[in-house]
Design a protein around this ligand. Structure first.
Ligand code: D61
Ligand code: MG
Ligand code: MG
Length: 340
């Protein structure tokens, strides 16, 4: 970006972006024109909101009003929060710089960012005390924390004029982009979340394989743990055809890359996690070198389809005949192969 033409506070915002997001900073900064600043601020505002949600030291009676009213802070030049211990507390401590740049955005971008922030804050409060039980509630939670991001981004793409109106209007499709990324993160982060006493795996699924979610961390339950893992991965793979359809409608290269790269990194992560007991003893991450190769190869729909097909075939090859969901996983993978 042209740091020269930026206000000092906007420059600061890009520093916060690079400090708080390994996976999104690069692709956000590669966006063009006004959209780049709008998405950068959108990220920082929602990361600040999420840092309140994630901070387990804030008592629920304090956290609920904080989340519900968070969007109002966008219009309060002095609001910040200095009590957080979270890794991303920098965005709460320096919120005045972020809200200042929010107020400098065009009205069309401010409306989307404020609306999504209010809906996400409300949605987060629903799940502060209620755990994710049914698969519908899993979709509902992921809608609030990630589906809404996809919906907001699609609206920003159309508002910028760089994409057609249909992109921002088809909220069901945009929602699924976020669900795919969030469900992949939840599946990958089982142990990290369990150690933080956070439960995002839906009870409807894990209760088929164990009486307590913590059982999966015990080596003697490894087979049941992996069967539950494969069950959730199968549910998540069902979202891939919608992601391919969304990407097929994009006409701006920088927006295509911005949407495609996180989706392709997620399918690579799912493939790495499939039938992999290491998910229950550590965090399964894609190596930097492989990540760079994947990003370089995600610049056209045909290349992205080829990469998705590659990882889908890798999963098919590793489906254990004894896995309770084997035939369902094969069917879901077959559907992905049909659209790639
Ligand atoms: O605390 C952490 O480090 C992880 O927190 C997770 C959690 O607490 O569950 C969780 O926090 C969710 C609430 C805050 C969402 C913040 C966000 C993330 C990415 C963005 C990308 C571009 C623009 C705005 C964005 C906003 C988290 O970060 N999960 C990662 C997956 C969420 C992806 C959101 C998303 C959805 C659709 C997308 C479509 C295209 C490109 C990027 C997309 C990004
Ligand atoms: Mg978080
Ligand atoms: Mg969170």
């Amino acid at each position: 970006c042209d740091f020269g033409a930026m206000t000092p506070t906007l420059k600061q915002c890009y520093e916060f972006l690079n400090l708080t997001s390994r996976s999104f900073a690069a692709v956000i900064q590669a966006l063009d024109g006004e959209l780049r600043d709008a998405v950068c601020i959108f990220y920082l505002v929602l990361r600040a909101l999420d840092t309140v949600e994630d901070d387990m030291t804030i008592p629920i009676p304090v956290k609920v009003p904080m989340l519900k009213s968070f969007y109002k802070n966008l219009w309060d030049p002095n609001w910040n929060y200095t009590e957080s211990n979270d890794k991303d507390r920098i965005v709460l401590e320096n919120f005045p710089s972020i809200s200042q740049e929010f107020r400098n955005l065009a009205e069309i971008y401010r409306e989307v960012i404020s609306d999504i922030c209010q809906k996400m804050g409300d949605g987060m409060t629903i799940f502060l005390e209620r755990k994710v039980d049914t698969m519908e509630e899993w979709d509902e939670y992921c809608h609030y924390v990630a589906g809404l991001v996809g919906i907001g981004l699609a609206q920003l793409f159309s508002a910028s004029g760089q994409e057609d109106a249909i992109i921002g209007e088809d909220t069901s499709l945009a929602n699924k982009l976020g669900l795919f990324l969030q469900k992949t993160n939840i599946i990958r982060d089982y142990l990290e979340d369990w150690n933080d006493k956070r439960i995002f795996w839906p009870r409807a699924t894990w209760s088929k394989y164990a009486s307590d979610l913590g059982d999966f961390a015990l080596p003697e339950n490894q087979e049941k743990a992996v069967q539950c893992l494969n069950d959730l991965i199968t549910n998540t793979l069902e979202l891939l055809p919608s992601a391919v359809l969304f990407m097929s409608r994009l006409k701006t290269q920088s927006i295509f890359n911005f949407v495609a790269i996180p989706q392709v990194m997620a399918i690579a992560t799912l493939e790495r996690c499939y039938n992999n007991p290491k998910v229950f003893s550590g965090v399964v991450k894609i190596r930097k070198g492989e990540a760079v190769r994947i990003m370089m190869g995600s610049t056209s729909l045909e290349k992205v389809k080829a990469i998705i097909r590659h990882f889908t075939l890798q999963i098919i090859e590793r489906i254990p005949d004894t896995d309770p969901n084997a035939s369902k996983t094969r069917a879901v993978c077959q559907k992905v192969l049909e659209v790639t």
